[in-house]
Ligand binder design. Structure first.
Ligand code: SF4
Ligand code: SF4
Length: 84
C-alpha cells in the first residue's frame, strides 16, 4: 500500500510569498481528524529572518495516518492542497 501524497502550494500559503499567512488560517489543521499537519516556521530562511513572523508554513507530516477523506483540500480557501 502506498502512502498518500499531500502537496501544499506555498505560492498560495506560507513562506511569506504566499497569498495567505497560515497563522491566520489553519483550516486544514482544524479539520483533519488524524491531525497530520503541523504549522511551523520555515526552516531554510536566513538566520536574520528566523523570527520574522512572516515566515511560516504548513507541512503534512504523518502521511501514513491520512484517510484520504479530502476535507483539507475542500476547506482550504486558497486551493493550496493537492492529494494524490
Ligand atoms: S485527506 Fe483527510 S485525513 Fe488526509 S490530510 Fe486531508 S483532512 Fe487529513
Ligand atoms: S487551509 Fe490552506 S490556506 Fe489555510 S493554512 Fe491550510 S494550506 Fe494554508
Amino acid at each position: 500500500m502506498s502512502w498518500t501524497k499531500i502537496t501544499i502550494d506555498q505560492s498560495k500559503c506560507g513562506n511569506a510569498t504566499g497569498g495567505i499567512d497560515p497563522r491566520n488560517c489553519g483550516e486544514c489543521l482544524k479539520i483533519c481528524d488524524p491531525a497530520i499537519f503541523i504549522r511551523h516556521q520555515t526552516l531554510n530562511v536566513k538566520p536574520t529572518n528566523r523570527y520574522d513572523p512572516e515566515f511560516w508554513q504548513v507541512t503534512a507530516v504523518w502521511l501514513d495516518l491520512c484517510t484520504k477523506c479530502g476535507k483539507c483540500a475542500k476547506v482550504c480557501p486558497q486551493k493550496a492542497i493537492t492529494i494524490t
